[in-house]
Design a protein around this ligand. Structure first.
Ligand SMILES: [Mn+2]
Length: 195
Protein backbone atom coordinates (compact mmCIF):
# COMPACT_ATOMS: atom_id res chain seq x y z
CA UNK A 1 0.00 0.00 0.00
CA UNK A 2 1.36 3.40 -0.94
CA UNK A 3 1.82 5.62 2.08
CA UNK A 4 0.51 8.84 0.54
CA UNK A 5 -2.25 11.20 1.68
CA UNK A 6 -3.82 14.34 0.28
CA UNK A 7 -5.62 16.88 2.43
CA UNK A 8 -7.92 19.57 1.11
CA UNK A 9 -8.90 22.10 3.76
CA UNK A 10 -10.75 25.36 3.29
CA UNK A 11 -11.81 27.88 5.93
CA UNK A 12 -12.57 31.60 5.86
CA UNK A 13 -8.88 32.17 6.69
CA UNK A 14 -7.01 29.67 4.52
CA UNK A 15 -7.41 27.37 1.53
CA UNK A 16 -4.86 24.55 1.54
CA UNK A 17 -4.14 21.54 -0.63
CA UNK A 18 -1.34 19.40 0.78
CA UNK A 19 -0.05 16.00 -0.21
CA UNK A 20 2.55 13.95 1.63
CA UNK A 21 4.31 10.81 0.50
CA UNK A 22 6.18 9.12 3.35
CA UNK A 23 8.31 6.89 1.11
CA UNK A 24 9.49 9.67 -1.14
CA UNK A 25 12.68 11.12 -2.52
CA UNK A 26 12.81 14.48 -0.79
CA UNK A 27 10.92 16.22 -3.56
CA UNK A 28 8.89 19.33 -2.73
CA UNK A 29 6.65 21.75 -4.55
CA UNK A 30 5.64 24.54 -2.22
CA UNK A 31 3.47 27.63 -2.49
CA UNK A 32 2.73 28.87 1.01
CA UNK A 33 2.92 32.65 0.79
CA UNK A 34 5.19 32.49 3.86
CA UNK A 35 8.77 32.41 2.54
CA UNK A 36 10.51 31.27 5.73
CA UNK A 37 7.97 28.45 6.22
CA UNK A 38 8.49 27.42 2.60
CA UNK A 39 12.24 27.22 3.33
CA UNK A 40 11.58 25.03 6.42
CA UNK A 41 9.13 22.72 4.61
CA UNK A 42 11.57 22.33 1.72
CA UNK A 43 14.33 21.08 4.00
CA UNK A 44 11.83 19.00 6.01
CA UNK A 45 10.96 17.10 2.81
CA UNK A 46 14.59 16.85 1.75
CA UNK A 47 15.98 15.52 5.02
CA UNK A 48 13.02 13.25 5.76
CA UNK A 49 13.01 11.73 2.28
CA UNK A 50 9.37 12.77 2.06
CA UNK A 51 7.58 14.05 -1.02
CA UNK A 52 5.60 17.14 -0.11
CA UNK A 53 3.32 19.38 -2.10
CA UNK A 54 1.67 22.41 -0.53
CA UNK A 55 -0.55 24.95 -2.23
CA UNK A 56 -1.75 27.36 0.44
CA UNK A 57 -3.59 30.63 0.11
CA UNK A 58 -4.11 32.36 3.42
CA UNK A 59 -4.85 35.72 4.94
CA UNK A 60 -1.18 36.74 5.09
CA UNK A 61 -2.28 40.37 4.81
CA UNK A 62 -3.24 39.94 8.51
CA UNK A 63 -0.06 38.04 9.44
CA UNK A 64 1.40 34.55 8.91
CA UNK A 65 -0.42 33.02 11.88
CA UNK A 66 -3.42 31.31 10.26
CA UNK A 67 -1.49 30.05 7.26
CA UNK A 68 1.34 28.61 9.38
CA UNK A 69 -1.05 27.02 11.86
CA UNK A 70 -3.29 25.55 9.17
CA UNK A 71 -0.40 24.07 7.17
CA UNK A 72 0.65 22.40 10.44
CA UNK A 73 -2.86 20.98 10.78
CA UNK A 74 -2.88 19.68 7.20
CA UNK A 75 0.61 18.18 7.48
CA UNK A 76 -0.42 16.37 10.68
CA UNK A 77 -3.62 15.05 9.11
CA UNK A 78 -1.68 13.88 6.05
CA UNK A 79 0.94 12.09 8.14
CA UNK A 80 -1.69 10.34 10.21
CA UNK A 81 -3.70 9.29 7.18
CA UNK A 82 -0.65 8.17 5.18
CA UNK A 83 0.55 5.99 8.08
CA UNK A 84 -2.71 4.02 8.10
CA UNK A 85 -2.75 1.45 10.92
CA UNK A 86 1.03 1.85 11.43
CA UNK A 87 1.69 -1.83 10.84
CA UNK A 88 5.41 -2.64 10.85
CA UNK A 89 6.73 0.83 11.59
CA UNK A 90 9.60 1.60 13.97
CA UNK A 91 7.27 4.02 15.82
CA UNK A 92 10.08 5.90 17.65
CA UNK A 93 12.64 8.24 16.14
CA UNK A 94 15.46 10.36 17.54
CA UNK A 95 17.76 12.74 15.73
CA UNK A 96 20.31 15.38 16.58
CA UNK A 97 21.07 17.95 13.89
CA UNK A 98 23.66 20.72 14.13
CA UNK A 99 23.39 23.87 12.06
CA UNK A 100 26.61 25.82 12.49
CA UNK A 101 26.58 26.89 16.19
CA UNK A 102 23.07 25.54 16.91
CA UNK A 103 22.22 21.99 17.98
CA UNK A 104 18.66 20.64 18.02
CA UNK A 105 17.32 17.25 19.00
CA UNK A 106 13.90 15.84 18.14
CA UNK A 107 12.47 12.68 19.68
CA UNK A 108 9.18 11.39 18.35
CA UNK A 109 6.73 8.63 19.22
CA UNK A 110 3.93 7.95 16.73
CA UNK A 111 1.88 7.01 19.76
CA UNK A 112 -1.67 8.21 19.04
CA UNK A 113 -1.17 10.38 22.17
CA UNK A 114 -0.63 13.98 21.05
CA UNK A 115 1.90 15.99 23.01
CA UNK A 116 4.41 18.73 22.22
CA UNK A 117 7.34 19.43 24.48
CA UNK A 118 9.35 22.38 23.13
CA UNK A 119 12.44 23.27 25.14
CA UNK A 120 14.29 26.14 23.62
CA UNK A 121 14.38 29.89 23.20
CA UNK A 122 14.46 31.93 20.01
CA UNK A 123 16.72 34.96 20.51
CA UNK A 124 14.95 36.97 17.76
CA UNK A 125 11.21 37.58 17.52
CA UNK A 126 11.44 37.61 13.73
CA UNK A 127 13.32 35.79 11.00
CA UNK A 128 12.74 37.90 7.93
CA UNK A 129 9.03 38.69 8.14
CA UNK A 130 8.24 35.47 10.03
CA UNK A 131 7.24 35.64 13.71
CA UNK A 132 9.30 33.02 15.51
CA UNK A 133 6.50 32.37 18.05
CA UNK A 134 4.71 30.65 15.14
CA UNK A 135 7.18 27.76 15.34
CA UNK A 136 5.41 26.62 18.50
CA UNK A 137 2.03 27.06 16.80
CA UNK A 138 3.10 24.97 13.81
CA UNK A 139 4.72 22.19 15.84
CA UNK A 140 1.80 21.89 18.26
CA UNK A 141 -0.83 21.64 15.53
CA UNK A 142 1.35 19.19 13.60
CA UNK A 143 1.74 16.97 16.69
CA UNK A 144 -1.93 17.28 17.62
CA UNK A 145 -3.29 16.30 14.21
CA UNK A 146 -0.70 13.57 13.59
CA UNK A 147 -1.53 12.33 17.12
CA UNK A 148 2.16 12.00 17.94
CA UNK A 149 4.34 12.75 20.92
CA UNK A 150 6.89 15.31 19.73
CA UNK A 151 9.79 16.41 21.93
CA UNK A 152 11.96 19.22 20.61
CA UNK A 153 15.07 20.24 22.53
CA UNK A 154 17.33 23.08 21.46
CA UNK A 155 20.58 22.27 23.25
CA UNK A 156 22.19 25.56 22.29
CA UNK A 157 22.42 28.12 19.51
CA UNK A 158 22.65 31.84 18.94
CA UNK A 159 21.24 32.50 15.48
CA UNK A 160 17.47 32.07 15.35
CA UNK A 161 17.42 31.06 11.66
CA UNK A 162 19.98 28.34 12.44
CA UNK A 163 18.06 27.15 15.52
CA UNK A 164 14.74 26.79 13.66
CA UNK A 165 16.41 25.16 10.69
CA UNK A 166 18.11 22.61 12.98
CA UNK A 167 14.70 21.85 14.54
CA UNK A 168 13.01 21.18 11.19
CA UNK A 169 15.88 19.03 9.94
CA UNK A 170 16.01 17.02 13.17
CA UNK A 171 12.23 16.59 13.04
CA UNK A 172 12.50 15.34 9.46
CA UNK A 173 15.17 12.79 10.35
CA UNK A 174 13.39 11.62 13.51
CA UNK A 175 10.14 11.16 11.56
CA UNK A 176 11.97 9.39 8.75
CA UNK A 177 13.20 6.89 11.31
CA UNK A 178 9.87 6.53 13.15
CA UNK A 179 7.90 5.95 9.93
CA UNK A 180 10.35 3.41 8.51
CA UNK A 181 9.00 -0.09 8.00
CA UNK A 182 11.18 -2.49 10.00
CA UNK A 183 10.89 -6.05 8.63
CA UNK A 184 11.44 -7.40 12.17
CA UNK A 185 8.32 -5.64 13.43
CA UNK A 186 5.39 -8.03 13.12
CA UNK A 187 2.06 -6.22 13.15
CA UNK A 188 1.46 -3.03 15.11
CA UNK A 189 4.32 -2.01 17.41
CA UNK A 190 2.33 -1.62 20.63
CA UNK A 191 1.62 -4.02 23.48
CA UNK A 192 -1.93 -2.62 23.34
CA UNK A 193 -2.29 -4.05 19.84
CA UNK A 194 -3.16 -0.69 18.32
CA UNK A 195 -1.70 2.77 17.85
MN1 LIG B 1 18.50 28.58 5.98
Amino acid sequence: MERIATIDRKTNETNIQLSLGIDGEGFSELETGVPFLTHMLDLFAKHGQFDLKVDAKGDIEVDDHHTTEDIGICLGQALREALGDKRGIKRYGNAFVPMDEALAQVVVDLSNRPHLELRGEFPSQKVGTFDTELVHEFLWKFALEARMNLHVVVHYGKNTHHIIEAIFKAMARALDEATTIDPRVKGIPSSKGML
